[in-house]
Design a protein around this ligand. Structure first.
Ligand SMILES: [Zn+2]
Ligand SMILES: [Zn+2]
Length: 88
C-alpha cells in the first residue's frame, strides 16, 4: 500500500485510534505500517482505498489481529458504521 494513502487516512482520523481514541502521534509514536488497518482485509478482496482503511494504535491493532473472532466482529462493526456514515 502506498505510504501516501496511509498518511491520508491518519490525517482524516485526526491521528486517533478508532478503538481506544489514543493519539498515535504521542509516544510511543506509531509507524505508518502499524497504525493503518484494512476494514475488509485484502484476502477478502478488501481494497487499498481510503474508505476501507482506519487508524488503529499498535496495541488495538495487534489485539484485533490476534483473535480471529474478534477480527471478524470488528470488521462487521466498523463496516456497519461506515455504511451508515459514508466515511469519505
Ligand atoms: Zn487503540
Ligand atoms: Zn490490520
Amino acid at each position: 500500500m502506498e505510504q501516501e494513502l496511509r498518511v491520508k487516512v491518519r490525517e482524516r482520523d485526526e491521528y486517533l485510534c478508532w478503538e481506544c481514541r489514543r493519539d498515535i502521534r504521542k509516544p510511543p509514536i506509531e509507524s505508518l505500517q502499524d497504525s493503518v488497518h484494512h476494514i475488509v482485509p485484502k484476502k477478502h478482496k478488501g481494497k487499498d482505498e481510503e474508505n476501507n482503511l482506519i487508524t488503529l494504535c499498535k496495541f488495538c491493532h495487534r489485539k484485533i489481529h490476534g483473535n480471529k473472532k474478534l477480527e471478524k466482529a470488528y470488521r462487521n462493526k466498523i463496516f456497519d458504521f461506515v455504511m451508515k456514515t459514508q466515511l469519505n
